[in-house]
Design a protein. Structure first.
Length: 297
């Protein structure tokens, strides 16, 4: 019996002798593996950070180069508008096209559109040439409006309305009130009502009044009714010519089509983040957004 116990102890002693260095070896392998994996992870993270820094630097340089180019282009085009030697309508229309295609999100171009329209009307050119210039100018304005509508409508809501012209509306003797529109954006519900006072088919403009009613609801500090009167035409820019609402929101009335019989308008209710680059939010709105963000976290 004592011999069996001794043999059993000898077995475990031998096993301990064999496994003792093996355990140290396994521990060393585990530590080395963890070190290798950790080193690879750190190297990969550093490589990704280096790539991000390089990408950021390249994008910054690209933006700086583009900003410099756009600045020089803008100064050249604007300066040429006031050059006494630049009297050709063709040249001015070309410059207007360059301005509208490259700077329509940052500039209110409606004064320039209207100025060139007056110059076309007063130009000594023949009738067909004038009509060609007017068509080019109108198509350019509608293209700018189309591009801006795509931007603001992508983050907002849109409602289309049709106006049929009567004699009293063309003369301004009687106004027409359109149906009230109920729209919701970002959890904020508002009612919009458009009233048309006069339709000018020659200038293709509408004189309108917009009523906005914001009912009392959570998260809306400014409830109530407001009203604004203005003229809307093809030369207005939705991202710039819009009505500022509470909670950093906007609404824009857009003339999409007009002829002797009637007109089509769109009400676009959209967030202030899609407004023009020059339209900055109020300080209080920035603080409210920051507070909402902290509250969500």
């Amino acid at each position: 019996m004592a011999g069996e116990i001794k043999d059993h102890k000898d077995f475990w002693d031998k096993l301990q002798i064999v496994l003792s260095p093996l355990g140290g070896l396994l521990t060393a392998i585990a530590v080395a593996s963890l070190g290798f994996i950790g080193s690879r992870t750190i190297e990969k993270q550093q490589s990704n950070e280096a790539k991000l820094r390089l990408y950021s630097e390249l994008m910054t340089r690209r933006e700086e180069s583009e900003a410099t180019l756009r600045k020089e282009m803008f100064q050249s085009i604007i300066g040429s508008f006031f050059d006494a030697q630049s009297t050709s309508l063709e040249a001015k229309l070309l410059k207007m096209e360059l301005l509208a295609q490259n700077f329509h999100e940052a500039l209110d171009l409606s004064p320039l559109f209207k100025h060139i329209r007056r110059e076309i009307a007063l130009a000594p050119a023949a009738g067909p040439a004038k009509r060609l210039y007017e068509r080019r100018l109108g198509e350019l304005a509608r293209e700018v409006t189309r591009k801006q509508m795509l931007v603001i409508e992508a983050a907002g809501v849109r409602f289309d309305q049709t106006i049929v012209f009567g004699d009293s509306l063309l003369t301004g003797e009687r106004s027409e009130q359109l149906e009230e529109v109920d729209l919701t954006l970002g959890g904020i519900r508002r009612q919009f009502r458009l009233t048309v006072f006069r339709a000018d088919t020659a200038l293709q403009e509408l004189q309108v009044s917009l009523q906005v009613y914001t009912e009392a609801q959570p998260g809306v500090p400014a409830a109530g009714r407001s009203e604004v009167e203005f003229e809307v035409g093809y030369f207005d820019s939705p991202m710039i010519d819009n009505t500022r609402l509470s909670n950093d929101q906007r609404v824009s009335i857009i003339l999409t089509d007009m002829n002797q019989a009637g007109a089509s308008v769109s009400i676009v209710y959209f967030p202030g983040s899609r407004a023009s680059l020059r339209e900055k939010p109020y300080y209080e709105e920035i603080l409210r957004k920051l507070a909402d963000t902290v509250g969500v976290r």
